[in-house]
Design a binder for this molecule. Structure first.
Ligand SMILES: Cc1cc2nc3c(=O)[nH]c(=O)nc-3n(C[C@H](O)[C@H](O)[C@H](O)COP(=O)(O)OP(=O)(O)OC[C@H]3O[C@@H](n4cnc5c(N)ncnc54)[C@H](O)[C@@H]3O)c2cc1C
Length: 377
């Protein structure tokens, strides 16, 4: 017997779909409510470290994800300037342990499609254009309201509804994401053959320039700058700004600029940080993923942490008979210190960039966190 028989999930991002897959596979009735009208994933590509890949394996989705993405180990540092020389080739501490590649780049849309297919195949009902707007808890369960109307009683509502979570607010948690002071331009472009790993450029007009391969022919490129009010600008101006800010960087950036000039779109967003203190649940409602924590992608761990939340929560829900305090205590003990360590390190790395602190041991901090993550959550 599982601790829950009927579960509602708000949000079909990586955290919500991972939870849906695991619960549906265990025979739990699962409704996923997704506010967007269709499956879509903004922001070009994503870099997933070994601990995320280990979760995909547990979900049964790793083979499909490996085929759709680009696996690699290590990280190159290059210098700004026309020749963009490689100044360091750093080995990986494999965050998923020795059985998985250090990293995988994958187009976000492909990742979303694969997880959605696995969730539906497992038996979860994913409903688009359905926004969770409220909850009411009684002894019998949690009543979930979608677009203002009751969708009935559930044993549990998982709020995997992202950084501006409605579910978090509905249960009275007032922690909110805060800007860290950094903004990022991202674009999805073709991969020059010599780009085989993530490469970062420190120095020059932005804090960090870089790119990550996502497939045989594709990669995403990014420029991290001081957060500016770039919202509402036209696609054309966005591309122009990214082109101009990238001119200090040579090597593969020449090919990236050619793609931008040919019409590749540039997307802008700010980095945020927050972590909800324990407990992440109120009765039969819990928040996971970005609803519970967010961090700048300075160590590329946001989605990985949401995936770990989903895996640990569903493991406990399936292994135990009751949704009791002991279950929540175990959930928080396994998830909170780990997610907090990632948020803290990611924010610190960004802050060192903002402060121009060249003496900080960024590599030591990154590798230290990756070593902790190599142990399963
Ligand atoms: C610039 C940038 C780069 C990043 N790069 C990386 C990286 O390389 N590696 C990494 O691991 N992480 C990265 N991250 C973090 C990662 O993108 C997020 O942590 C992850 O996507 C969050 O997944 P989620 O499922 O928790 O939430 P989301 O992906 O935000 O999904 C939430 C879903 O809930 C839906 N929703 C919202 N409200 C409701 C509602 N009321 N009812 C129903 N549905 C609702 C939304 O439409 C959305 O589909 C990056 C983040 C940023 C900002």
């Amino acid at each position: 017997m599982t601790a829950v028989q009927k579960v509602a999930i708000a949000g079909s991002g990586v955290a919500g779909l991972a939870a849906a897959i695991q619960l549906a596979k265990a025979g739990v009735e699962v409704d996923v409510f997704e506010a967007k009208l269709e499956l879509s994933a903004l922001g070009s590509g994503i870099s997933l470290q070994g601990n995320a890949l280990r979760v995909f394996d547990a979900l049964g989705a790793w083979d499909d994800i490996r085929d759709a993405g680009y696996a690699f180990d290590g990280l190159n540092l290059r210098a700004p300037g026309p020749d963009a020389p490689i100044v360091a080739q750093l080995p990986d501490v494999k965050a998923g342990g020795p059985d998985y590649p250090g990293h995988m780049g994958i187009p976000r849309a492909d990742l979303a499609t694969i997880l959605h297919e696995h969730a539906e195949r497992a038996g979860a009902r994913v409903q688009f254009g359905t926004k969770v707007t409220g909850v009411e808890q009684t002894d019998a369960g949690v009543e979930v309201f979608v677009d203002g109307e009751s969708r009935g009683l559930y044993d549990l509502l998982i709020g995997a509804d992202g950084i501006n979570s409605t579910v978090r607010e509905a249960i009275g948690i007032d922690t909110k994401p805060e800007p860290t002071g950094m903004g990022i331009w991202r674009t999805y472009v073709s991969r020059p053959a010599d780009v085989e790993t993530t490469e970062l450029y420190y120095g020059g007009p932005v804090y960090i320039a870089g790119y990550t391969p996502t497939g045989d022919d594709t990669m995403y490129a990014f420029l991290v700058e001081k957060a500016e009010d770039r919202f509402g600008i036209s696609d054309e101006d966005a591309t122009k700004i990214m082109l101009e800010e990238s001119r200090a960087y040579g090597g593969p950036w020449n090919a990236i600029r050619a793609d931008l000039e040919a019409g590749a779109k540039a997307n802008y967003t700010w980095f945020t940080k927050h972590i909800v203190d324990a407990p992440w649940n109120r009765g039969r409602v819990v928040v996971i993923g970005d609803a519970a924590h967010s961090c700048p992608p300075t160590i590329a761990q946001g989605a990985a942490q949401g995936l770990e939340d989903a895996l640990v929560l569903t493991e406990l829900l399936v292994a135990r008979d009751e949704l009791d305090d002991a279950l929540w205590d175990q959930f928080h003990a396994r998830r909170l210190p780990r997610a907090a360590a990632v948020v803290e390190a990611s924010v610190q790395l960004g802050q060192w960039q903002i402060d121009g602190n060249r003496d900080a041991d960024a590599g030591g901090l990154m590798f230290g966190v990756a070593k902790q993550l190599a142990e399963p959550a």
